[in-house]
Design a protein around this ligand. Structure first.
Ligand code: NCD
Ligand code: ZN
Ligand code: ZN
Length: 433
């Protein structure tokens, strides 16, 4: 199958492209990029005027709950949410049941994703067996089966010695350690940021220090082990300053931020106790969110990820203290970035592509995708003027625990091409086989 995308505004910082062009997709690859391309007889011509075409978006931090918690999300429903949100690739965290800590579990996810036929799923392996933080997982075995990175996300590795061993081991495989930074003796029973929010609402606080101290520890372990380290869902100004200092020292340290930590803060949590504002790490102060936005624009933060954390109604529609941590995000991430940062001119399209496509591919050790002849046809077509309302019916995820339910957002992906197959067509998810 061939597609000719006519008159798209192509943005690709890797190639220095920011221009209105035609792009011909033939089979799994981009055949040609240029002006006024001739349409081959078998090609479907797509009018892309007014739309942006970018290398396929990558979300390097999602939870698909498969195997073990399929009532929240499966690889199939999660993949549908991913392409609906404009992503060609997602990296799935290993806190499944069983935990993804062997090659067989990695292979299971890759096979299921292929059968779903919607997007590339890049499984992340656990660093420790069962994410218990006690002994090394089968890291070499998982690399052979296709693990993209390693993480015990959901938990911090409590023992510094264990983390050192994980990092020494991972460093041998050209993979990045993704760290959920949380010292549990400090976060304890915390369910909300410690400070004004916990005092105002009378709930146990989850202090910034619990995150920052572990970021500090892990950065020092990079000095020792030389293992590339990526800080997951960074949420505080001070944590970001630690990453900045590590980068200035030339250490292989990177970090990611979620839309909810960029665009929401603890002040948004009112006495309505909306549990779709409860996540780990918690929403921090308005000053922290401002620092994160600044860090994303100045290059200190490398990627935007959703930390898509689907939960069932009975796990969220309950008292704040007992509701589960986490919210879905795959279908609202791109619109939030476009609406809050790109439309206002604060962020350029090329920076958006860096943080949502180029950098995550590099960190997951995937082949680069560019808008040029010969590259894999993993592409996202975006209508920056189209509005959607975030309703449970509109969302393709099996879970509906979004912080933006009922809100109208402007700027969405209309089409997604994965290895040259159109898996999102005019906003509708279209499995490729
Ligand atoms: N972020 C969350 O609030 N929850 C995540 C775990 C995690 O990312 O740490 C989950 O798996 O539900
Ligand atoms: Zn986490
Ligand atoms: Zn997570």
């Amino acid at each position: 199958m061939a597609f000719l995308l006519r008159g798209a505004h192509v943005v690709d910082p890797q190639e220095g492209i920011d221009d209105v062009l035609d792009v011909l997709i033939d089979g799994e690859k981009i055949a040609c990029v240029g002006k006024d391309l001739e349409a081959p007889a078998d090609a479907e011509v797509i009018d892309a005027a007014g739309k942006y075409l970018v290398p396929g978006l990558v979300d390097m931090h999602v939870h698909f709950r498969d195997p073990g918690f399929e009532y929240k999300e499966t690889i199939e429903t999660g993949s549908a949410a991913a392409v609906h949100g404009g992503f060609t690739d997602v990296a799935t965290m290993p806190n499944t049941d069983p935990v993804t800590d062997t090659g067989a579990e990695i292979r299971y996810q890759i096979d299921r994703a292929y059968a779903a036929g919607l997007c590339h799923v890049r499984p992340i392996g656990a660093m420790t067996r069962g994410e218990k933080g006690e002994s090394l997982a089968e890291i070499g075995d998982m690399v052979i089966e296709g693990a993209a990175a390693f993480s015990d996300d959901g938990h911090g590795v409590q023992s510094a010695g264990m983390m050192r061993t994980c990092m020494e081991y991972i460093a041998q495989f050209d993979r990045v350690a993704l760290a959920h930074c949380e010292i549990e003796s400090l976060s304890g029973h915390g369910v909300i940021n410690e400070g004004c929010a916990s005092t105002r609402l009378g709930m146990f606080g989850w202090p910034a220090l619990a995150e920052e101290l572990e970021i500090y520890r892990d950065i020092e372990l990079v000095r020792l082990t030389k293992c590339p380290l990526h800080i997951c869902h960074i949420s505080t100004r001070k944590g970001l300053d630690l990453v900045r200092a590590a980068k200035a020292d030339g250490l292989p340290v990177t970090c990611e931020v979620t839309p909810h930590h960029l665009f929401l803060c603890e002040d948004d949590i009112t006495d309505a106790y909306d549990t779709n504002l409860k996540m780990n790490p918690p929403l921090r102060t308005a000053d922290d969110a401002a620092a994160l936005r600044e860090g994303l624009l100045d290059g200190s933060i490398d990627c935007v990820v959703t930390d898509h954390a689907p939960h069932a109604p009975h796990e969220k529609d309950c008292e704040w203290e007992i509701s589960f941590f986490g919210i879905v995000g795959l279908e609202t991430s791109l619109p939030l970035m476009l609406q809050n940062l790109v439309a206002s001119g604060k962020m350029s399209w090329s920076r958006l592509v860096e943080v949502m496509a180029v950098n995550p591919r590099r960190l997951l050790r995937l082949d680069p995708v560019s808008v040029k002849a010969g590259s894999a046809a993993d592409l996202t077509l975006i209508d920056p003027t189209k509005s959607v309302t975030v309703t449970p019916e509109w969302m393709q995820s099996r879970s509906k625990n979004s912080a933006w339910l009922g809100q109208a957002l402007t700027g969405v992906a209309t089409d997604v091409f994965v290895s040259g197959k159109r898996t999102l067509t005019d906003g509708v998810v279209t499995p490729r086989h």
